[in-house]
Each structure stands twice: as structure tokens, then as C-alpha cells.
Design a protein around this ligand. Structure first.
Ligand SMILES: Nc1nc2c(ncn2[C@@H]2O[C@H](COP(=O)(O)OP(=O)(O)OP(=O)(O)O)[C@@H](O)[C@H]2O)c(=O)[nH]1
Ligand SMILES: [Mg+2]
Length: 341
């Protein structure tokens, strides 16, 4: 069954995607799914919209979908919904429904948050990985701003957009611990309502205290369409957080693999320096930090002394600055290309 699903998934069959999303969301996906899925065709931009219940996240998601589809970008929506496990357009309100003629560039799924991290559905990271492997340009994630869940989404999304609305009578809606720190873009939503200007001034003043270079603050209304295009411009201008972090981890992984490879080779050829160090280590002659320092120094001296242009070029090429895997196949089995972030 999985074979068939994966074959159809690779042919961009959205029904197969929907089935796999259900499997993963329920925690029923076999572990082998991930290696068989293969790398994503390209990194998606994951954009999280967060904010209190009723602030207009779904309505704004609907507007963003229109803007993105007009630009020819494909969009997946994962809506973390505390109440409803039902899928589809009802969640997005009257303004946006699932297209009756399936739009191949759009996939919408609502996910129950029960059992997840506050506002975030369980297994959201895997679900993002799955829809990314399908090849969507943009993944929009709706989460209810519930403090803890907001922090969880920070590591999963490239860009976190926080929605605030005027005159809720809830003065501390945006002063919750941590929320100002994690958002990359601030939306004063329902800007058609009175009080938007004052809220914007308040938010800007607070952000200036926190950040030397405050993030963008935009007035937006899903109702009138005000500010939608500038909002997308601001989101698109944010660096891809996931990819930078993945590239950094990739460098560390390369270093670990190279060290392990050197260690195995030196042991095989009975390198006298290594054997001496190991003998002392076995007899408790070194503290761990000291022994590690000597080991690294030996490895570094050898690795730096031997010119290996093909290896260093390969290592660098394996992770391009945007974090994507190099198309050039690695000829060095010990230094594999990093998996797609
Ligand atoms: N005045 C005004 N009302 C809006 C705007 N956007 C959404 N609303 C209204 O706000 C209410 C909540 O909108 P949703 O889009 O469902 O908000 P949400 O944040 O997704 O809500 P939850 O998913 O329940 O947390 C609805 O009654 C919308 O019609 C806006 O720009 N201006
Ligand atoms: Mg909603």
C-alpha cells in the first residue's frame, strides 16, 4: 500500500498526499516513510500565522492564498485547530472554501491540536516535512497563540507572523512572555476597526525597547484587503530561518563524519600517536576534555597537512549557502550530502 501511495505522491497526486498526511497526523506512518520519501524538490517557505483566537488568522490565510496563487506560487495550509479535526474549507470561514474544482496548487488541511504542544498539532514537524517533499512553494501554518505553542512554532517556521487586533479589551494580548521575541513580522490586524493606529504605536514603542532593529509592523485588514501585498513583501524579505540553521547543523555533521573517518583510518594503520593516546585513555591517564583536545589536535594536524582539494570543495559544495543539497553527486562516501532541511 505504501509503495502505491508513494508512487502516486511522486506523481503529484494530491489524494495520495492527503492519505499520507492522515497517516502521519495519526502517528501511523511507518518509519521507513521518511527515507523513501526522498529529498524535497526545493525548500518551501514555511510561514506561521499566530495570534489569539478570533484575531483573523484564517481570514488572512485566505487572503494570502489569493495573493500567492495570483503570483503562481503553490500553497499548502496546515491549520492547527484546537477544536476541530475536520478538514477543509469550513475552517477558513465563509470567505474561503476549498475550491470545488481541485486547484492543484493548493492543499488545505486542518489538524486537531489535541495532544500537541499547546497551539501546535502533534507531529507538525513531520507534516511540514511531508508537504515540503510534495513540493509546495509556500506552507502556511495557522496556530492559536497560546504562549507555549508559539515558542514551538518558532523552530519549525521560517517566518512567524503575529496578529494583534485593536480594542479587544485584552491589553496584554501581545505582552505575553516571549511572544514579542519570537515574531518576525507584526500585523495590526482588522485595521478597518478603530484603534488600529494606537495599537500600532504601542507595539512599535515596545519593540524599540526590545530590538535594536525592530521587525516590520504592518496594518492589515483581511476584510478590506488593505496591506495584504505589503505583508507578503515583508514575509518574503525575511531570511529562511530553517535553512540557515540546517546549513549550520550540516557543517557540524560534516565535521563529525570527517573525524570519524579519520579515526577509523588512523586506527586501521596503527597510527603510533593515536595508539599512544588510546593506551593512556584506557588506563585513565587523561581527563576526557584533555584527551578530546589531543585527539582533535592530531586529526586537525593531519587533515590540514594533507591537501585534499577534492574533499574540501566537495564538503563546501554539499551545502550551498541557501542550505540546499548540491546537485553534484558526492564521490566521497564518508561525506554524504546533507538531507534536505
Ligand atoms: N473587522 C474585521 N473583522 C475581521 C477581519 N478579519 C477577520 N475578521 C472577523 O474576525 C472573526 C474571526 O476571524 P477568523 O479568521 O476565523 O479568526 P481566527 O484567528 O482564524 O480564529 P480562530 O481560528 O478561531 O482562532 C470573523 O468574524 C471574521 O469575519 C478584518 O480584517 N476586519
Ligand atoms: Mg482560524
Amino acid at each position: 500500500m505504501l509503495d502505491d501511495l508513494l508512487a502516486r505522491f511522486r506523481q503529484k497526486d494530491r489524494r495520495a498526499l492527503a492519505r499520507l498526511v492522515s497517516l502521519v497526523a495519526r502517528g501511523d506512518a511507518p518509519p521507513s516513510l521518511w527515507e523513501r520519501l526522498g529529498p524535497a524538490p526545493g525548500p518551501s517557505r514555511v510561514v506561521a500565522l499566530t495570534g489569539s483566537a478570533g484575531v483573523g488568522k484564517s481570514s488572512l490565510t485566505g487572503r494570502l492564498i489569493e495573493t500567492l496563487r495570483r503570483r503562481g506560487l503553490t500553497v499548502a495550509v496546515l491549520a492547527c485547530d484546537p477544536q476541530s479535526p475536520i478538514s477543509g474549507g469550513a475552517l477558513l470561514g465563509d470567505r474561503l472554501r476549498m475550491p470545488s474544482h481541485p486547484d492543484d496548487g493548493l492543499f488545505i488541511r486542518s489538524l486537531a491540536t489535541e495532544g500537541g504542544h499547546g497551539a501546535v498539532a502533534p507531529r507538525l514537524a513531520d507534516l511540514i516535512r511531508l508537504v515540503e517533499a510534495f513540493g509546495f512553494d509556500i506552507i502556511l501554518v495557522e496556530t492559536v497563540g497560546a504562549g507555549q505553542g508559539d515558542t514551538a512554532i518558532h523552530g519549525l517556521a521560517d517566518v512567524v507572523v503575529l496578529l494583534l487586533q485593536p480594542e479587544t479589551g485584552d491589553d496584554i494580548q501581545w505582552e505575553k512572555a516571549g511572544i514579542l521575541e519570537i515574531a518576525d513580522v507584526f500585523v495590526i490586524h482588522k485595521a478597518d476597526l478603530p484603534g488600529a493606529e494606537r495599537l500600532e504605536a504601542d507595539v512599535r514603542a515596545n519593540l524599540r525597547l526590545l530590538h535594536p532593529q525592530p521587525p516590520p509592523v504592518l496594518r492589515v485588514s483581511a476584510k478590506t484587503g488593505e496591506g495584504i501585498e505589503p505583508l507578503w513583501e515583508a514575509i518574503a524579505a525575511c531570511p529562511r530561518r530553517r535553512t540557515a540553521a540546517a546549513a549550520d547543523r550540516g557543517l557540524l555533521r560534516h565535521a563529525q563524519e570527517l573525524l570519524a573517518e579519520w579515526f577509523a583510518a588512523a586506527a586501521r594503520r596503527h597510527d603510533p600517536h593515536l595508539e599512544e593516546l588510546l593506551a593512556q585513555w584506557r588506563h585513565g591517564g587523561h581527563q576526557a576534555g584533555d584527551a578530546v583536545g589531543r585527539l582533535l589536535a592530531q586529526a586537525a594536524a593531519e587533515l590540514m597537512a594533507i591537501p585534499r582539494p577534492e574533499r574540501s570543495a566537495e564538503s563546501l559544495a554539499a551545502t550551498s549557502p541557501d542550505g540546499s543539497a548540491s546537485p553534484a553527486p558526492s564521490s566521497h562516501p564518508a561525506v554524504p550530502s546533507p538531507p534536505h532541511p
